[in-house]
Write a protein of this length. Structure first.
Length: 256
């Protein structure tokens, strides 16, 4: 096998929510394959710390403070990355939140905040990078879905709607931008140990044990489990893969 297939030297990646959790796991993988990284988040301190860690892996890494739900902030973020790192080849739409309530208890503001963060942000960021990728002759968009792209959950109506939507948005970008040599794919994480799920384990009784029992791999995922799939989807190894939604879940989604 030619390892150049996975080489990302000279490429520039934006990772939204790259300052922690799954986004940081992805950013580490892309950096280890040689890509320069822009970490995007609202928490400047956390983003700077992540960028410093990534720079320690021998690539250029910058922290960009932006709320990805805001159109102007996204435009400014993309301008800053293009200015400071010179190009944009890879966009990872990873920023996400959840508000755990059943549908009848969810306020419209809560619904909108989850949809805006998990779904509209991917539209805004993808639309903003498209002209640069097209002009450069190609690019890679990687969107982060969830098991709730497939399954419903009584406690996550807006989250599940946003994650179902992200898969259909991915497929639409894949169709629209194939002629521009831009591949768009989604990763569907299973249950992963991050800040997002630490609270879920407290809020949902028995969740920890249920996940272990339901996952053939018999463990929760770790953020570094996302390095390999991210490098594959960001590199020329996946040149003919587009519109896919790939579970990274230890088998959770195929267990009856
Ligand atoms: P974390 O809470 O650890 O990370 C979420 C990240 O999103 C943070 O870096 C946060 O940075 C960023 N973020 C949130 N809102 C915004 C915003 N408005 N603008 C910019 N950045 C924002 O969560 P995970 O790592 O667990 O989740 C990452 C993705 O993976 C999400 O899309 C989540 O839905 C998905 N996922 C996670 C699973 C899991 O089990 N953990 C399972 C399935 C999917 P900051 O606070 O600085 O803004």
């Amino acid at each position: 096998m030619k390892t150049e297939l996975f080489d990302l030297k000279g490429r520039v990646a934006i990772v939204t929510g790259g300052n922690g959790g799954i986004g940081l796991g992805i950013a580490r993988g892309l950096a280890d394959a040689g890509a320069d990284i822009a970490v995007v988040g609202r928490n400047e301190e956390k983003s700077k710390a992540a960028a410093a860690e990534l720079a320690g892996r021998g690539v250029r890494a910058i922290a960009v403070t932006a709320d990805v739900t805001a159109k102007e902030a996204v435009a400014g973020m993309v301008d800053q990355v293009a200015r400071e790192l010179g190009r944009i080849d890879i966009l990872v739409n990873n920023a996400g939140i959840n508000i755990r309530k059943p549908p009848h208890a969810l306020e419209i503001e809560e619904w909108s905040s989850v949809i805006d963060t998990n779904l509209t942000s991917a539209f805004l960021c993808s639309r903003a990078v498209h002209p640069l990728m097209k002009a450069a002759g190609g690019g890679k968009v990687i969107n982060i879905g969830s098991m709730m792209s497939i399954f419903g959950a009584s406690f996550a109506p807006a989250y599940a709607a946003s994650k179902g939507g992200i898969v259909q948005f991915t497929r639409s970008c894949a169709c629209a931008w194939a002629a521009d040599n831009i591949q768009a794919n989604a990763i569907l994480p299973g249950w992963i140990d991050t800040d997002l799920t630490k609270r879920a384990r407290v809020e949902i009784g028995g969740l920890h044990e249920r996940v272990l029992a339901r996952t053939p791999a018999a463990r929760w995922g770790a953020i570094d489990d996302f390095a390999g799939i991210a490098v594959f989807l960001a590199s020329s190894a996946s040149a003919f893969v587009t519109g896919a939604a790939i579970p990274v879940d230890g088998g959770y989604s195929i267990m009856s």
